[in-house]
Design a binder for this molecule. Structure first.
Ligand code: NAD
Ligand code: AHE
Ligand code: ZN
Length: 369
């Protein structure tokens, strides 16, 4: 079949809207009609050429929601008409990772996913006979996409897809990093570096965890108003201080924060986030994605003296088991999504969504098909 899609032909090039060919679902696969998709900084990161797994030409997008159109042979958990969120972190419930009880990082389809292919090592997308690669197993910048059954969360049929698409990445990542990875306790002091969709979701999660003090840090002060709305108690711009920002935060908090979160993808800020943690127990969670070849550094003494460095992918959330519950929490009013959607547009304007992100003017743009 034909599908409207935004194609990434090469690093640093604008996406091009094309009518691509989509091959139907093979065994264990599902054809999904995407209704809406967010644009996450990770899409921009891969488009920039900084992603070691970036492959071109490809169809990016990983923060979508849609409707099942057709299922391949052997698919039992989904049927046409079901509403779903594609998962870039699948959940097979059978692999060593799924069974460990220690991680959400299912590896059942991760190797082929990283090569831009379906589990049988082929692509379902092409244009004029040329293969187009999948991205993160989701490719939500196409109206029709093919996804493994184990990489689809079936959600409440009444959930508004143009809103809950943001649970496919940003909002879940931030809340999950607080609740699953850090396990922030009530009364904690928290620092959040970077106030985009991820950082604001961390603030939302910290508030859900009843953190007492939430320090929001960004170089773009336009982000402070929304950070305060979500529960930030202090907003600071590192550019306004002559001291290193980690020292500023240690001084503000009687020795450092209990938890910090890096939501930018900047390895220097990752160091600042670790070093603003309290001696003896402070934990810093890396969420931001850094480019090929970048490395983090600190004095090992920072760790010897009790600070902990951790990472979090998709907020540690197991997509098929837990994401439907996040959707229900949105519908019950326990999770906020609507204020994140600063812009909506059609697929033809998707490059504008990238521009707004780079200009610091949007939190999330949602593409409506
Ligand atoms: P975004 O572009 O919307 O927000 C980033 C924010 O960081 C902006 O407000 C920007 O002003 C701020 N910033 C930039 N440099 C800064 C600095 N030196 N000091 C302080 N603030 C600074 O991005 P986003 O969509 O919120 O994504 C944030 C990061 O999280 C990206 O690296 C993205 O790839 C990553 N991410 C990771 C996961 C995961 O599962 N680990 C999931 C989603 C996104
Ligand atoms: N491909 C990159 C890494 C990209 C990355 O870290 N992705 C995050 C999700 S970002 C969503 O916006 C993630 O969950 N990673 C776990 C995984 O299995 O990919 C690289 O450096 O190669
Ligand atoms: Zn993302």
């Amino acid at each position: 079949m034909k599908s409207r899609a935004a194609v990434a032909f090469g690093a640093g090039q604008p996406l091009q809207i094309e009518m691509v060919d989509v091959h139907g679902p093979k065994a264990g696969e599902v054809l999904v009609r995407i209704v809406a998709t967010g644009v996450c900084h990770t899409d921009a990161f891969t488009l920039s050429g900084a992603d070691p797994e970036g492959i071109f030409p490809s169809i990016l997008g990983h923060e979508g929601a849609g409707v099942v159109e057709e299922v391949g042979a052997g698919v039992t958990s989904l049927k046409p008409g079901d509403h779903v969120i594609p998962l870039y972190t699948a959940e097979c419930k059978q692999c060593k990772f799924c069974l460990s009880g220690k991680t959400n990082l299912c590896q059942a389809v991760r190797a082929t996913q990283g090569k831009g292919l379906m589990p049988d090592n082929t692509s379902r997308f092409s244009l004029n006979g040329q293969t187009l690669h999948h991205y993160m197993g989701t490719s939500t910048f196409s109206e029709y996409t093919v996804v493994p059954e184990i990489a689809l969360a079936k959600i409440h049929i009444d959930a508004p897809l143009e809103k809950v698409c943001l649970l496919g990445c940003g909002i879940t990542t931030g809340i999950g990093a607080v609740l699953n990875t850090a396990k922030v306790e009530a009364g904690s002091t928290v620092a959040v570096f970077g106030l985009g969709g991820i950082g604001l979701s961390v603030i939302q999660g910290a508030r859900m965890a009843n953190a007492e003090r939430i320090i929001a840090i960004d170089v773009n002060e336009d982000k402070f108003e929304m950070a305060k709305q979500f529960g930030a108690t202090d907003c600071i711009n590192p550019k306004n201080f002559s001291d290193p920002i980690q020292q500023v935060i240690v001084d503000m908090t009687d020795g450092g924060v209990d938890y910090s979160f890096e939501c930018i993808g900047n390895v220097q800020v990752m160091r600042q986030a670790l070093e603003c943690c309290h001696k003896g127990w402070g934990e810093s969670i890396v969420i931001g994605v850094a480019g090929a070849g970048e490395e983090i550094a600190t004095r090992p003494f920072q760790l010897v003296t009790g600070r902990v460095w951790k990472g979090s992918a998709f907020g540690g959330v197991k997509g098929r088991s837990q994401l439907p519950g996040y959707v229900d929490q949105y519908m019950n009013g326990e999770i906020e999504i609507d204020p994140f959607i600063t812009h909506t547009m059609g697929l033809e304007d998707i490059n504008k969504a990238f521009d707004l992100m780079h200009e610091g003017k949007s939190i999330r743009s949602v593409i409506l098909f």
